[in-house]
Design a protein around this ligand. Structure first.
Ligand code: GDP
Ligand code: IMO
Ligand code: MG
Length: 421
């Protein structure tokens, strides 16, 4: 078996990009399986900080092939911007980046529909990144979408016009503050950029790669609690962010998956609306947000911060079949008086350790265990053997509760600030 899956166990932004980049040396192929430019995956190395939205996080490593899978949705405008930025770094993109013919395209009108839907929801808005993700997946499941493989067909422009016409009807021809013709101009420029890349039947490519013993890493976007089926619905994204999404989003058979790496922060964050049982509204939350620089990599929005939530993590581990855990941002918790861990929820007068259907601030009260913190700065550590005892205790406690080994502890955003266990 040669396919491993890496994904987020919380509400996204766990540090997936950093870890994919760290692990890429061990893989021949890195493949994104879902989501789109709602994702922002940050990589830092050699003094460079780079945020990727559509392109897999293996793109900076010499020998890795990067695939944008069929489960991904692509905005040609954002794709072109990403390519232009990477071109400045002298990366041989055309040979290293392959795109599934079955990946769906985000049209300018999908973004307008997204904005219109959020506006109509008013106070109960999802807090979408407004990248057109929801409307594009709706057209995919509604069997109206345009795919990368359609770009080369003679009637592509006609199909485009037809879909825009449908969207215009849905919008009652109200394009809000968007300048559609300007967006369309940029969009078709992006299509020209997309045309310069190899469009492949990525499932066949990956079958062959598996036959040839290639090592494949499937890179998830968002996080388990944003999954369309298992997340905090309706405050979720529109794709399956869980390990099963790697099967449908790449054409990988379930029995070919070996390791599932679950990435989580040593605390918890969420950007956008929706329940967040362990959210902090005090100076501790402010401290974590400040030290952790918790601002969205895609939208720049302030991320909500809170304590780690074990019932939610246990749920995520079970749904994904996580075999190895990776804990990120341990450095951010230095200098707190103590660390709190949510071990259970109080729900209908009972103590539970699972996520109920109607989990929200109104229905569940988190029950915390207090754990001693540490004052040492972790960012310069080169080995866990030099780490403070209190950090070891925190890791051991989590590992014991989660019944899954924590194999990596991250102590800073740089590639090198990664400690193996
Ligand atoms: P992703 O979407 O899961 O790839 O995560 P993001 O890139 O959106 O957000 C993670 C943020 O934390 C980025 O700014 C990273 O550079 C940063 N980061 C990753 N790991 C660590 C860590 O161990 N410590 C600190 N302080 N920052 C980290
Ligand atoms: P990465 O891959 C964090 C959130 C949005 C919103 C909800 C729906 O960087 O971890 P959408 O744009 O999909 O309609 O938004 O999901 N969201 C993310 N939050 N990280 C992400 O991606 C996210 N992608 C979407 O904030 O609450
Ligand atoms: Mg992110």
């Amino acid at each position: 078996m040669s396919v491993d899956v890496l994904l987020g166990l919380q509400w996204g932004d766990e540090g997936k990009g950093k870890i994919v980049d760290v692990l890429t040396n061990d893989y021949d192929i890195i493949a994104r399986f879902q989501g789109g430019p709602n994702a922002g995956h940050t990589l830092e190395f050699d003094g460079i900080k780079h945020v990727l939205h559509t392109i897999p996080s293996g793109i900076f490593r010499e020998n890795a092939i990067n695939i944008v899978g069929n489960g991904v949705v692509i905005d040609p405008i954002i794709f072109k911007k990403e390519i232009d930025a990477l071109n400045k770094m002298n990366i041989d993109l055309v040979s290293k980046l392959l795109i599934s013919k079955k990946a769906h395209l985000i049209l300018p009108t999908h973004k307008i529909l997204d904005a219109s839907s959020e506006k109509a929801k008013g106070k109960s808005k999802i807090g979408s990144t407004l990248k057109g993700i929801g409307p594009t997946y709706m057209d995919k499941t509604g069997r109206n979408g345009l795919r990368v493989g359609d770009i080369s067909s003679a009637d592509f422009k006609d199909s485009y016009d037809k879909l825009v016409e449908k969207h215009s009807r849905l919008l009652n021809n109200d394009f809000m503050d968007f300048n559609l013709s300007e967006l369309e101009k940029k969009w078709f420029e992006g299509i020209e950029t997309l045309k310069t890349f190899q469009h492949i039947d990525s499932e066949h490519y990956l079958f062959q790669a598996q036959k040839n013993g290639k090592k494949i890493l499937a890179e998830g976007a968002q996080g388990t609690l944003l999954d369309i089926d298992f997340g905090s619905y309706p405050f979720v994204t529109s794709s399956n962010t869980i390990s099963a999404g790697a099967c449908t989003g790449l054409g990988i058979a379930p029995n070919k998956i070996n390791d599932v790496f679950g990435i989580f922060k040593a605390y918890c964050t969420r950007v956008g609306s929706g329940p967040f049982p362990t959210e902090l509204f005090d100076e501790v939350g402010e401290f974590i947000g400040k030290v952790g620089n918790e601002f969205g990599a895609t939208t720049g929005r302030k991320r909500r911060c809170g304590w780690i939530d074990l019932p939610a993590l246990k749920y995520a581990i079970a749904i994904n079949g996580v075999t190895k855990l990776m804990m990120m941002k341990a450095d951010v918790l230095s200098n707190l008086k103590s660390i709190k861990v949510c071990t259970h929820y109080e729900y209908n007068g009972e103590l539970i350790d699972y996520l109920p259907f109607d989990a929200s601030e109104d229905t569940i009260t988190p029950v915390f265990k207090e754990i001693p913190a540490w004052t040492e700065d972790l960012t310069g550590l080169s080995s866990l053997s030099d780490a403070p005892k209190a950090l070891h205790n925190y890791i051991d406690f989590l590992e014991n509760e989660l019944e899954t080994p924590i194999v990596i502890v991250s102590v800073g955003p740089d590639r090198t600030q990664t400690l193996n266990r």
